[in-house]
Design a binder for this molecule. Structure first.
Ligand code: B12
Length: 305
């Protein structure tokens, strides 16, 4: 896959791209001429778009096009999800929300797919954060900061996908969390996974009445409705209203996909739906099976849950 302006590179690759010395790059970073981020190990990382910008400004001698020809991938290999998880957990435990966002930004720019980040990094991380909170090892304020920092990073992920997904995709998905459910992350991740796969998405988000969801799906002619369920405030009411929602959607020709932490145990057997799963990777496969999904994510990462 070609190097894109959103990719990040090391100092030595940056030097090669601009045809200058490594020390010039370091100097430009240090005096603010060239924007860069630092990894937790203190290494400078530079966005390709910033290098292109600098070259356009005439500071360097231009762009070394051979770099892009001979290196189909940027220098960084796709980061290991387990390492990213450990780094994020360390930031969460030590109350460093800005670093949480930055670490996830770096993982995205280095080619990690949204599915991997969601299923193999963010989900286990928040699971562990919840466990530490339950054991009194993390304050609820720290849990909230970690959640907010992840939401910021996921919002940036959405921005990045927006610039590369085909506009006006054919299929439309409408998503939400059930009434009384105020969780944000899982629902947001599904939205971006769908955008990455070329879907158009209307995400109504937390605490959405099923009547509004059905109406939106009908008026917008949705192909798919998904629900992320993390908290069921009234299990019986949920089961009954889900049945009504499913029958409305069926008559409108939209499929109902379910997922989320709350759909475990006995409640699972009482639900009506077209498909249910636990992970983004499973959902991606179900989308492929049912809709022959179109666009393939740009990320270089191919690990699957
Ligand atoms: C952060 C958090 C909160 C935050 C939420 C902040 C926010 N705005 O999002 C706050 C503090 C508000 C909160 C509140 C509560 N929480 Co809470 N919370 C958590 C915590 C720590 C992390 C949740 C999270 O964000 N996970 C990360 C996301 C990415 O995971 P996810 O949503 O499950 O999504 C993944 C998959 O499910 C899948 N997926 C998501 N959607 C879909 C859709 C489809 C179709 C498919 C196939 C897959 C899929 O993809 C994602 C990536 O793998 C969990 C602990 C844990 N074990 O997870 C408890 C947890 C979810 N909370 C719990 C509880 C009990 C509560 C409260 C009821 C507590 C209370 N007594 O008030 C309230 C309920 C609030 C409400 N009415 O909504 C319980 C839920 C138990 C259950 N449902 O069975 C948990 C599990 C903690 C526990 N062990 O008891 N919580």
């Amino acid at each position: 896959m070609a190097v894109s302006p959103d990719d990040i590179v090391t100092v030595s690759d940056a030097a090669e791209i601009l045809g200058v010395s490594v020390s010039s790059i370091k100097r430009w970073v240090d005096d603010g001429t060239l924007p860069a981020v630092k990894t937790s190990g203190g290494h400078r990382r530079i966005k390709v778009s910033d290098l292109l910008e600098l070259a356009r400004g005439g500071i360097s001698g231009g762009i070394n096009i051979d770099f892009f020809r001979k290196k189909p991938e940027t220098s960084g290999t796709v980061p290991d999800p387990a390492l990213v998880y450990r780094e994020l957990l360390d930031h969460a435990r030590n109350c460093r929300p800005a670093e949480i966002t930055q670490t996830l930004d770096l993982a995205r720019m280095a080619g990690m797919s949204l599915q991997t980040a969601g299923d193999q990094v963010i989900f286990p991380l928040m699971n562990e954060v919840g466990r530490l909170w339950q054991e009194g090892k993390l304050d609820v304020g720290e849990e909230h900061l970690a959640t907010r920092a992840l939401i910021d990073a996921v919002a940036r992920w959405k921005e990045a996908v927006g610039t590369r997904s085909p506009s006006g995709g054919r299929l439309l998905a409408v998503g939400a969390c059930p009434p009384g459910d105020y969780f944000m992350l899982g629902n947001f991740l599904v939205e971006i996974m769908l955008l990455e796969r070329g879907w158009r998405v209307l995400n109504l988000g937390p605490n959405t009445p099923f009547d509004s969801l059905a109406m939106m799906a009908r008026d917008q002619r949705a192909d798919l409705v998904w629900l992320t369920c993390s908290h069921l405030s009234d299990e019986d009411a949920f089961v009954t209203s889900l049945e009504t929602l499913h029958s409305k959607l069926r008559s409108q020709g939209a499929a109902l996909f379910l997922g989320g932490l709350a759909l475990h145990g006995n409640v699972r057997r009482r639900l009506t739906y077209d498909w249910m799963g636990d992970t983004l990777a499973q959902m991606a496969r179900a989308l492929d099976d049912r809709f022959q999904s179109i666009a393939i994510p740009e990320a270089r990462d191919s690990s699957r849950a």
